[in-house]
Write a protein that binds this ligand. Structure first.
Ligand code: ASP
Length: 317
């Protein structure tokens, strides 16, 4: 068996290449990194890597993580500025015995010392979005934090090893130094090859309250299917946040078990994800909530065309 699953349509191209590699026998550990790199490098994806949206100070601070489900080794970077591929830095940190989570200036210095490529990650298009959002926030009182999209990718290889990686520019207009769930083990990602893996996207501040990815893997270990684990964790967390805190942010997850069975759950209207396994041809699904269950179906051509038009649309400043 082999398989790969990722949050959001933007992962399609990377997942497609890594699915072919996994089918041919590549390792999960490198397949997830390669797939995330494809997303990080694409300038029109405005929530990951190059072209990512900036903080309220106009700087692009990137978070990423990688975890190996065989050894439980993991590495993560937070608030990394102007290094080409944060997920590659996280992957390299995951092979260190100590200091495997680095943030800010320390993360940047370490990356440079290891030969990672410096690159200006702020694009003109991201700055246009930034100026537009600054104006809208003043004019219409929008929350600066609306809108998100982290890429999280899980792979299972033919040897039975699993891995997960995440990458994000975090919430748009976040404070300088803010970390979300994506570089936090157990919240934005978790992977254990004996059971399975999960990864999250949405409001990091709320996803962290449920240790969401770890909890999904734990429930799969206790016998739940990936879909049962994903649905139960997301809707229980949402209920708990509503009753105890009075509101709940966006919460979306994908997961896969060691047999290549997968699940997805969301509390928003449309959450897209991409999956390919030995028995499931490469497909982009759209997941929608129906009460306390998530339903998903393949997207159609109209959906894909609308998506392509949306990411390319000129930004009216
Ligand atoms: N989870 C990310 C964060 O809170 C945001 C996202 O999923 O886009 O930083």
């Amino acid at each position: 068996m082999w398989g790969i699953i990722a949050t959001w349509r933007m992962a399609l191209e990377g997942v497609s290449t890594s699915a072919t590699a996994l089918q041919a026998g590549s390792a999960a550990a490198t397949s997830v990194v390669d797939a995330v790199v494809t997303v990080e490098d694409y300038p029109l994806y405005k929530s990951v890597g190059y072209g990512g949206l900036p903080t309220e100070n106009g700087e692009v601070e990137l978070d990423a993580a990688w975890m190996d489900g065989d050894t439980l080794a993991f590495g993560a970077v937070g608030n990394l500025i102007d290094i080409a591929n944060p997920v590659k830095v996280a992957h390299a940190l995951g092979r260190q015995r100590y200091n495997s989570v680095l943030v800010g200036q320390g993360a940047r210095e370490w990356a440079l010392s290891q030969g990672f490529t410096p690159k200006t990650m702020l694009t003109d298009r991201a700055m246009q979005h930034y100026r537009k959002r600054c104006r809208e926030t003043l004019d219409k009182g929008l929350s600066p934090y609306d809108g998100h999209d982290t890429v999280g990718i899980i792979a299972l290889d033919r040897q039975g090893s699993m891995s997960v990686a995440t990458s994000t520019s975090g919430l748009f207009m976040k404070k300088r130094g803010r970390l979300g769930d994506s570089p936090i083990i157990g919240s934005g990602f978790y992977c254990d090859s004996e059971t399975g893996a999960a990864t999250a996207t949405g409001m990091g501040e709320d996803l962290m309250k449920g240790c969401t990815s770890y909890e999904i893997v734990r429930r799969m270990a206790q016998g739940m299917t990936p879909q049962q684990a994903a649905d139960s964790v997301i809707y229980e967390l949402e209920d708990k946040l509503m009753s105890r805190f009075g509101r709940a942010g966006d919460l979306s997850v994908v997961c896969m078990n060691r047999h290549g069975e997968f699940g997805a759950a969301t509390n928003i209207k449309t959450f897209s994800f991409v999956v390919a396994t030995a028995t499931q041809p490469l497909t982009v699904f759209r997941a929608d909530r129906l009460q306390e269950k998530t339903h998903y179906q393949p997207v159609d051509d109209d959906w894909m065309q609308a998506y392509n038009a949306r990411i390319r649309a000129p930004i009216e400043e």
